[in-house]
Design a protein around this ligand. Structure first.
Ligand code: IMP
Ligand code: MG
Length: 186
């Protein structure tokens, strides 16, 4: 499978299988369920990339939770972000005085999440933690405290299981790394 964009051709290589994703999600759900037993936990998912991770995580929890979503429009390019954001969908349920976990698909520079956290903090939750499926560290620019981490992937552009490249590939059940195809590869 190849995709042309600005003259370059990409191929995708399997990085994390659906089975690996499944057991990691169960592990994270066990941890969260035990940490928030008896609490009125609110999960806030960051759209759109988080959809499958969020749905799988919530259904693997053994505690009741409330859920809402934010959608942050960033002003970055397709493969990176400037970090400057505005919410095109904001939190709508009451989170004041409640324990909140923000759920993200992937953290790269960290700028998006730091901005999202700032905005959510203004609503004065009792606590605010972060759960991320993929912690991609090589380009990190700001310190983001990650409380629940799925996979550590140093670098690479990932697609599938909600992650997109120009809105392509989100539907794939596994996670792939996009590589530039050269010569005979292409
Ligand atoms: P950050 O602000 O650099 O941490 O960027 C985070 C956002 O950029 C994520 O929520 C994704 O939307 C996007 N992003 C960063 N890396 C990837 C990737 O490897 N695949 C798909 N989207 C990515
Ligand atoms: Mg995202």
């Amino acid at each position: 499978m190849v995709l042309s964009q600005d003259q370059r051709v990409w191929k995708k290589e399997l990085l994390i299988s659906r089975e690996e994703i499944h057991s990691k999600v169960e592990e994270l759900a066990r941890e969260i369920s035990s940490d928030y037993q008896g609490k009125d936990l609110v999960l806030i998912g960051v759209l759109n990339g988080v959809v499958f991770f969020f749905a799988d995580l919530v259904r693997a929890l053994t505690i009741p939770v409330k859920m809402d979503f934010v959608r942050a429009a960033s002003y970055g390019s397709a493969m990176s972000s400037s970090g400057e954001i505005r919410f095109t969908k904001d939190v709508e349920i009451e989170i004041r005085g409640k324990p909140v976990i923000v759920v993200e698909d992937i953290i790269d520079t960290g700028l998006t999440l730091v901005n999202i956290m700032e905005k959510i903090k203004q609503r004065e939750p009792e606590s605010l933690k972060v759960c991320v499926l993929i912690d991609k560290t090589e380009r990190r620019e700001v310190d983001v405290p990650i409380d629940y981490r799925g996979f550590h992937v140093p670098k690479g552009f990932l697609v599938g299981y909600g992650l997109d490249f120009n809105e392509e590939y989100r539907y794939l059940p596994d996670i792939f790394v996009l590589k530039e195809a050269r010569g005979a590869d292409a």
